[in-house]
Design a protein around this ligand. Structure first.
Ligand code: AMP
Length: 414
């Protein structure tokens, strides 16, 4: 029986694994600069947490969650996103008291039963940030700038930052009514639109098939209350003064129900149809709705796989060299113990020059020829050969694997 990774999942190895871990390393550096601290939450939660927070009528909850019962019939779900879990952890652990700065980040796998294609998987990775406790539009602007900084940090320079405001409940109620009225007057809506119109009219704006029919569609900006309008303008002016190029996009609605006021997306041309690298926004009611004290909040999630696709042509990851590989070989089997303890010393102490090295070997019971072949296979740059005569004179042979030249080196020198 040949087993295969489940559809929509993939093994990450070699250069891709290196790139993924470099992205995460860069993210940690940027998060530190912005004062964000890490939080790790479980990969599965009570399914009701996601239903309640993301929204019953969203695609994620309707079609995409991996839900299962455990052996005690608890209904659990693999996390489809990170915000709900973070808010649950914030409330449960009273992080408002122990981590009063309210700046959190997470890195981890997410799971959604979606139709797989390039940039869209059933298990994927997100790097996310959440800023809790700050109602100021400055927090929204900082979150957008932080997301942009993460992309800059892996060499992505070309990006399209889209920002919108969905208003508060009051503005949204009026806007929703106007939308329903408008869409009811549009002929031949597709099936998806008809379904969304009943359940979540804002999502009709997302439709790729019908969008050309929506001339004269109501604009959210006409329904924003004065407070929401002022906050949005402040977010935009802060972005401008920080040198962030953005487009105010009234069509941006986002597929999760918990957003209030600012929503944003960062897109890239370099990744095909799944072009959203980062998505986020403000969610001032979620902490209260999940049973905590009312706490304003704003955050985003970045899709690691898509960011790596967008970064692949920037050359950023090529500039990181793998460490130099050193192979320890033995020409005489009786030197195995000496070679082994030398390898351990070298692993612990590193190279004299301070260069990054990885040390392999020795292998016993193999001819020197086959050891050297293996050293070639793993692309060792140098092989240190323990040979009896030289060893007795306090020397090794050091073989340059590229040009196959070798020199004798004093053991003490190495
Ligand atoms: P969301 O949690 O839906 O707001 O998505 C945030 C980001 O996660 C998106 O902009 C994508 O970069 C990434 N993302 C979402 N769904 C997937 C998926 N199925 N496969 C890969 N990346 C995804």
């Amino acid at each position: 029986m040949n087993y295969k990774a489940p559809r929509g999942t993939h093994d990450i190895f070699g250069a891709n694994a290196l790139a993924m871990s470099l992205l995460e390393q860069q993210a940690r550096v940027i998060f530190k600069k912005h004062g964000f601290e890490e939080i790790r939450t479980p990969a599965f939660e009570d399914a009701a947490l996601f239903m309640r927070s993301i929204g019953q009528t969203t695609d994620i909850v309707e079609k995409e969650m991996y839900i299962f019962e455990d052996r005690k019939s608890r209904k659990l779900a693999l996390r489809p996103e990170g915000t709900a879990s973070l808010v649950r952890a914030f409330i449960e652990n009273r992080l408002d008291i122990s981590m009063p700065a309210g700046r959190f980040f997470y890195i981890g796998e997410m799971f959604r039963y979606e139709r797989p294609q390039t940039g869209r998987y059933r298990q994927f990775h997100q790097v996310g940030a959440e800023f809790l406790g700050n109602p100021s539009p400055a927090a929204d602007a900082e979150i957008i700038i932080l997301a942009q900084d993460l992309l800059f940090s892996v060499g992505i320079k070309e990006m399209d930052v889209r920002v919108n405001s969905l208003g508060c409940e009051k503005c949204r109620y009026l806007f929703r009514e106007a939308l329903v009225k408008y869409f009811c007057s549009v002929r031949d809506l597709c099936e998806d639109c008809i379904r969304r119109l009943e359940k979540n009219p804002l999502r009709v704006l997302d439709c790729k098939t019908d969008s050309h029919k929506f001339t004269g569609v109501p604009r959210i900006s006409d329904y924003l209350c004065d407070y929401c309008k002022d906050s949005f303008n402040l977010v935009l002016s802060l972005l401008e003064s920080a040198g962030c190029n953005y487009t105010a996009d009234e069509k941006l609605v986002r597929g999760l129900d918990y957003y209030t006021r600012t929503v944003f997306e960062i897109r890239s041309d370099a990744v095909g149809s799944q072009d959203a690298l980062v998505a986020g926004g403000r969610y001032d009611n979620l902490v209260g709705e999940l049973g905590g004290q009312n706490t304003p909040a704003v955050g985003f999630a970045l899709g690691s796989e898509r960011v790596l696709l967008a970064a692949r042509n920037t050359g950023f990851f090529d500039s990181f060299q793998e460490s130099e590989k050193i192979f320890i070989a033995i020409a005489d089997q009786e030197l195995f113990n000496e070679a082994f303890s030398f390898a351990v010393k070298m692993i612990r102490n590193g190279s004299k020059s301070g260069k990054d090295i990885s040390v392999f070997g020795p292998v016993n019971g193999k001819s020197l020829t086959s050891q050297l072949k293996f050293a070639d296979k793993i692309k060792a740059v140098k092989t240190i050969v323990f040979a009896k005569t030289e060893f007795e004179n306090g020397k090794f042979l050091v073989k340059n694997m590229k040009d196959k030249t070798q020199v004798e080196v004093l053991i003490d020198e190495l």
